[in-house]
Design a protein around this ligand. Structure first.
Ligand code: UGA
Length: 475
């Protein structure tokens, strides 16, 4: 893509979501990339051109740059460290029992890098980590006998979302560079220069997105600690927005108001903004649940009262329970009921089921004695490992087959296709025309006109509103 003149040799450690997308995108903006993973089978698979995750544009980029050798996969961290100027650490930081981030992978990688440093390197933490991790990495490297003049540790958090990861990386809202040395900051800035100068967007083969040569992303240079906090604070704030609107949804439900109108009315205020105000069944995924818990733990360790985050978590847990209760009260009892389920992934556009609210709700339904027939366009193979197929848990090959002869259909993931179903066909496919939509994909009035009993989250439900109105009283 971009000219190779300013090409920098970069190592990315970890070929998970962030590592793989970052590797492909660094190659796309003109750098040479060595992506290191200690999982030999995965490295072999990637070198053979197979892509382990479902992500738009990723196969194209890996093919585009794998073929030219601009991106290579290897298990040899030592050799990669010696060859490159910048080493990005993008390994997992799972949640430990106390809620804090388990940094043992980061620590192991830092020690291994230290053993291979022969000339000046910039080490970049890209994994989501608690404040002070940068200092810990620096100390770990020094403890392994590396002179302070031979390295700098910086922080460059990543804000990509699964499902739109490549676009988010190449068209970011901002690029945050946390560096405590000018030299390290300058190298990081030059890595991102094709984006921040806008030159990447002039290329006719550039991945399309919101940024352009006239409107390139801003770069924000901060201390390493501020950069670490920016990442945790951003995820916690977004999770808080979701929990906030979910409580508003519950409030709307009890007075027959529409949460989507309320969210729009709030979001038009530019200080609030309309995004991440979609009410539903709670947030999931590999980031928000883990990061909110880790940030809460960090605050607690520092003696800061941040109970707000515990509330965010509690609301999120309750939201799933409440949806389950909604299904139960719509069907009276769940024992022996046949339920069609649309959606297993934690959100649309991905095959990721980590902390998926859909899976949690299905578990509750199964425990209550229902049988489930589920469909998801991408996440079924992964889901089968968590929820084994059997008489009570079946998988369908399409949305209509999931709905076939079911007592009700549940929508649990916001795949765009689930909002475009042939409703006439669906009505005749279901045993009873009941749809309980955890993602608010349809218009309740239209659903009523089509003869459905349609329940959603935080919106008036025409079929039950008469009954509800007669039982509800203002205090
Ligand atoms: C999230 C952040 O959005 C990214 O900026 C961040 O880089 C990433 O975590 C990370 O730390 O790696 P992601 O987990 O891919 O990205 O998913 P989101 O699109 O943020 O959705 C998270 C959950 O919130 C999903 O379950 C989604 O369905 C739910 N959600 C989102 C809502 O319930 N309502 C909304 O309005 C938005």
């Amino acid at each position: 893509m971009s000219e190779m003149n300013d090409s920098i040799l970069i190592t990315v450690v970890g070929s998970g979501y962030v590592g793989l997308v970052a590797s492909a995108c660094f190659a796309e903006i003109g750098h040479r990339v060595l992506c290191v993973d200690n999982d030999e089978a995965k490295v072999e698979m990637l070198n053979a051109g197979r892509v382990p995750i479902h992500e738009e544009f990723l196969p194209e980029l890996l093919e585009r740059h794998g073929g030219t050798g601009r991106i290579q996969f290897t298990t040899d961290l030592s050799q990669a460290t010696q060859a490159s100027q910048a080493i990005f650490i993008a390994v997992g930081t799972p949640q430990s029992e106390t809620g804090n981030a388990d940094l043992s992978y980061v620590d192991a990688v830092a020690c291994e890098i230290a053993r291979s440093i022969r000339s000046y390197k910039v080490i970049v933490e890209k994994s989501t980590v608690p404040v002070y991790t940068n200092d810990w990495i620096r100390r770990a490297i020094e403890r392994n006998g590396v002179s302070r003049s031979l390295f700098d540790v910086t922080s460059n958090p990543e804000f990509l979302r699964e499902g739109t990861a490549v676009r988010d990386f190449l068209h970011p809202d901002r690029i945050v560079l946390g560096a405590d040395s000018e030299g390290a900051a300058a190298l990081l800035a030059s890595i991102y220069a094709p984006l921040t100068t806008g030159s990447y967007y002039e290329n006719p083969n550039a991945i399309p997105g919101s940024r352009s040569v006239a409107d390139p992303p801003p770069i924000l240079q901060t201390s390493t600690k501020a950069a670490e906090i920016i990442k945790h604070a951003s995820n916690a704030f977004l999770a808080m927005k979701i929990s906030f609107i979910n409580v508003i949804a519950n409030l709307c439900e009890s007075v027959d108001a529409d949460v989507q109108h309320v969210a729009r009315g709030m979001g038009l205020d530019q200080r609030i903004g309309g995004r991440f105000l979609s009410a539903g069944i709670g947030y999931g995924g590999s980031c928000f649940p883990k990061d909110v818990a880790a940030f809460r733990y960090v605050a607690q360790q520092l003696g800061i009262d941040f109970n707000l985050l515990s509330e965010v978590e509690k609301i999120n847990e309750r939201q799933k329970q409440q949806f389950f209760q909604k299904v139960r009260s719509a069907l009276w009892t769940l024992r022996s009921k046949r339920l069609g389920v649309l959606g297993l992934a934690f959100k649309g556009g991905t095959d990721d089921i980590r902390e998926s609210p859909a899976l949690e709700i299905i578990r509750m339904l199964l425990e209550a004695g229902a049988t489930v027939k589920a469909f998801d366009p991408a996440a079924m193979e992964r889901a089968k490992k968590e929820l084994e197929p059997g008489p009570a848990m079946q998988y369908a090959d399409g949305p209509y087959s999931a709905a076939d002869n079911a007592d009700a259909l549940l929508i649990l993931t916001d795949w765009a296709d689930f909002g475009r179903l042939d409703l006439e066909k669906l009505r005749y496919t279901l045993r009873y025309p009941i749809i309980i939509d955890g993602r608010n994909l349809y218009d309740p009035r239209q659903m009523q006109e089509l003869g459905f009993t349609y329940l959603s989250v935080g919106r008036p439900s025409p079929h039950i509103s008469v009954e509800a109105a007669s039982t509800k009283r203002w205090p």
